[in-house]
Design a protein around this ligand. Sequence first.
Ligand SMILES: [Zn+2]
Length: 507
Amino acid sequence: MNGVKRLAGAALGVLLLAGTAQAASPARSLSPEVRTAARFDAVAKNRAQLRLFLRAMPKGGDLHNHLSGAAYAEDFLAWADADGLCVTTSPLPAIVAGPCDAPGKAPARDLGKTDPTLYGRAVNSLSMRNYHPGADGALPSGHDQFFSTFGRFGLAGDGNLPAMLAVVRDYAAGDNVSYVETSVNPSAMSDLVAPVRNTPWDGDMAKALAALEPGLPAMTAKARQEFDAAEAEADRRQGCLAQKPRTGPCAVALGYQAFALRVQPPSVVFAQLAAAFALAQADPRFVGVNIVAPEDDPVALADYALHMRMLQFLHARYPDVKLSPHAGELTLGLVAPRDLRFHIRQAVEVAGARRIGHGVDIAYEDDAQALLARMARDKVAVEINLTSNDVILGVKGADHPLALYRQAGVPFVLSTDDEGVSRIDLTNEYLRAVTEQGLGYADLKAAARASLDYSFLPGPSLWAAPLRPVAACARPGPACDAFLASSRKAAAQWRLEREFEAFEKNF
Ligand SMILES: [Zn+2]
């Protein structure tokens, strides 16, 4: 709250510069930013008004987003319908392959019309909608229900990459988000991984990489073709080809993070990570590398330190590739205390993470203050997913460590994690940041800027120092145009500043 107070210094400067001539009309003499903060303060206690305000607010990037978790259950059911798949009737409806005329199965085709009750149960089963522990076969914890949805809708995602890219752009545009950094693997990755699935892990990473290296160029080439085709098809479906300049969903930029699933055997995790690094090196659309899946899984816990050493090893081979591993998506009671003590530290110190996903268990880490100080010093940003942490871990409100990170000066961004599974959007996360975490307009604006500053978009930053543009963009003109054309990051940052100008003019 208190955006007005926090921006008062800037307002004072404006007033002093303006002199006494404008003193007669103080409201007009305030900067648009201060007037906007005042509007924010006026609506902050009314959720519907606040929602309206925050939806229109430019938010920059959503940096923690899983492509398969971004689509809603209704999207998966529509793709299942189009692809001739079936929905099981019990215990929990799931999307499965045909034929559909077997006991316990119904065709997904027109399911909303032929069996609205099953359709409704399927939406619940494929998401967190109406989740009540144990009801209608729902799993006994939010954590289990959440992660198990992926297995029930996954099949409908197969072959639907263009549609998934289109929906993620569509949701982002509706949320005034201009960039989404989404975790997605090309299907070619499985060609590389399949042969090592039964290879025992002997710990020799150099040998394991040497065995994979001959297959990497073909894998990256096939991935490039897959994403070229998928992006072109998404553009076609959303009518982007005729747009100059692009607007709405067509103007949402995408960056991809390839990832490893941390619950797999070491040989598989290493092969997935090697593929992810090779993709990030070869294709500028793949902007970073991640490691995902439940961090409290017994395999994920047992191999955590090994996975961080794998990231360290591959990072040394590919030093330009940026990492944003999920780390510290844990809390007291979910795992034994020993597993709460080192995950974030190893992600930062061993793997060399530029950002970390979640970081919820920071207060349980050994020497957490020093780790926080290091993250603040080295500008290792934390991706905050308020709804996801509430639903999966039961951590929210005053129990959430966002205040601790902010106090320590660690940069943070607000992100969605799995907006479709959680049935949220980024506006909702901004709203929670206000109502549960006490952030004000200035804080949210800083978070939106951070979401591009700490994005893995290639190119130098627009900012030479906080809010001081590089010399080329001290004023608009040909030199700035040339600079923006050379840097996707700076171009996105420039766009956000223009969006803020337009937004703040409204107040
Ligand atoms: Zn995540």
